[in-house]
Design a binder for this molecule. Structure first.
Ligand SMILES: NC(=O)CC[C@H](N)C(=O)O
Length: 503
């Protein structure tokens, strides 16, 4: 049954780059002809992915499945934890919301049964694939969490996986973090660690070398490589922790300036990646009216807690700044939670997301959103269906996307819908054609839609339209290959194969 080989990447801390290393190794195995699948037992992230069967998993595992050339299933990330408010999260199990739980309740009541769920999922993957590339979570040395561990060393034991420890040199203290992590592991755990990867390096390797020699000598464990910081590799980041120190896509010469509001509970921030890939666009993340400046477009992204983040817009003065900009003609776009905010009224009678209950929206679209306990997670396909004269060029364009939301949005007055999705309409467009919102995540991945909408902005500015030259999907595939090349150039892949038992 369990025929697959396994290899696991654990980190000395969160955000050391485990996901990207896992993605790179997935791609390398795929390129070398192995039937490969990614796996992360439990993921805490607000950036999610919808599988072909309409189930929600962590975005990173969805993207890693793409890197493996396979379609993602919930077995690749059976448990997804989406923090909604302080200390509380929506626990998604096999792609469907299971319960809203406090961290303590999750730990005490759910973790004991979660072990079986994640093991069963892993066993299924092991019977279907040749190699499973497993990603840990946080650090394996969190002493307080170890007795209920289902994500790191105990999982490695269940999976019978050799472990490669990934450390981030960018933040300093790399030797201490590696040696310290080993020190805090028990002997049987330590013996699983078969190699180290030093990630996010930006310096001169010759200066680092004596440290690497010392590390190998001290621990008896090889350094598999030092991976230089990846800039502009175009692979989606796992969670918004990464966004905190991610460079915006800055290009002050760009014709079109897009300001994305960095909501505290931003979800699916990767929605904006395709905009940043266009040669004439710069994408900036902004958190205050000062940072907002005078962009061509303000984009309100998704959020796990629409009402709370609406409060954030008001408290920071961003709501007022957005109102002013919109009044002077700046275009506004809202995706999912951002779309809900653009409406007139929101209510959460079942306290699905927050205790706030009710709030007025920003009032740019005549829409009302009510949150319900049942979640819609669906991949959808449709066409641009609005009749607005400014949007003539876009009419009939096919679009695809994915929906992940608890809220349902209805019109309060007649207003132009945006997309026709099967039998229903999605989204709304303001009377002047400059403000729109949609539930469709990934909307900007649609090349023709993206380019033609950007061309409307060019037209405003008296600039000639650009052709649809950027093909986002093929860029993604190329990015996976570039990432694999980068990893091959800096890691001892032969040793990695031996560790995984594939050679
Ligand atoms: N992905 C999102 O932006 C979700 C929006 C909102 N929190 C909902 O569930 O309806």
């Amino acid at each position: 049954m369990s025929k697959a080989k396994t290899i696991m990447f654990q980190g000395t801390a969160s955000d050391v780059g485990k996901s990207i290393i896992t993605t790179a190794v997935c791609r390398i195995f795929y390129q070398d002809g192995f039937k490969t699948a990614p796996y992360k037992s439990q993921n805490m992230a607000l950036n999610s992915y919808v599988t072909l069967c309409g189930k929600e998993i962590g975005r990173a595992q969805g993207v890693q499945a793409e890197a493996c050339g396979i379609t993602a299933t919930t077995d690749m990330n059976p448990i997804l934890i989406k923090p909604t408010r302080d200390m509380t999260a929506q626990v998604v199990v096999h792609g469907r919301p299971h319960a809203e739980m406090s961290a303590r309740r999750y730990r005490e009541e759910y973790l004991p049964i979660a072990g079986t769920i994640v093991r069963d999922a892993l066993d299924r993957l092991k019977s279907e694939y040749e190699v499973i590339v497993i990603e840990g979570a946080g650090s394996p040395a969190e002493i307080n969490l170890k007795d209920r561990d289902i994500v790191n060393m105990r999982l490695a034991g269940w999976a019978d996986a050799p472990v490669v420890l990934v450390a981030d040199i960018d933040r300093g203290g790399v030797f201490a973090s590696i040696v310290g992590t080993l020190e805090l592991l028990e002997e049987h755990e330590r013996s699983r660690v078969k190699g180290f990867i030093i990630n996010k390096f930006r310096g001169d390797i010759a200066i680092l070398q004596p440290g690497l020699d010392w590390l190998e000598q001290r621990t008896g464990i090889p350094v598999l490589g030092v991976v230089p910081h990846l800039n502009g590799i175009d692979i989606e980041a796992e969670d918004s922790v990464a966004l905190d120190h991610q460079q915006d896509n800055l290009n002050s010469d760009a014709d079109i300036d897009v300001a994305v509001i960095r909501l505290p509970r931003i979800s699916n921030f990767t929605d904006t990646d395709p905009l940043g890939a266009e040669p004439d666009v710069q994408v900036r993340y902004v958190q205050s009216p000062e940072e907002l400046g005078n962009p061509d477009v303000i984009l309100l992204p998704g959020t796990k807690n629409t009402l709370a983040d609406l409060g954030f817009l008001r408290e920071t003065g961003l709501a007022e700044a957005i109102r002013k900009r919109a009044a002077s003609g700046t275009r506004l776009v809202g995706i999912c939670g951002g779309y809900q905010m653009l409406g007139a009224r929101l209510s959460d009678p079942h306290q699905v997301e927050s205790e706030e209950g009710k709030a007025a929206g920003l009032g740019f679209l005549p829409a009302e959103t009510v949150f319900y306990p049942d979640k819609r997670t669906e991949r959808v396909r449709g066409t641009v269906a609005c009749n607005h004269p400014e949007w003539l060029e876009l009419q009939g364009i096919s679009v695809e996307g994915y929906e992940i939301h608890m809220g349902r949005t209805d019109k309060l007055e007649p207003v132009e819908g945006l997309f026709q999705i099967g039998g229903h309409e999605d989204g709304m467009l303001s009377a002047d054609g400059r403000i729109w919102g949609t539930y469709l995540h990934g909307i900007f991945e649609n090349d023709e839609f993206r380019r033609k909408w950007l061309n409307l902005i060019r037209q405003d500015k008296g600039l000639a339209p650009l052709p649809t030259d950027i093909h986002f999907q093929s860029r993604k595939t190329a990015a996976f290959d570039r990432l694999a090349d980068h990893a091959r150039a800096h890691l001892d892949i032969d040793k990695l194969y031996r560790i995984a038992g594939l050679k």
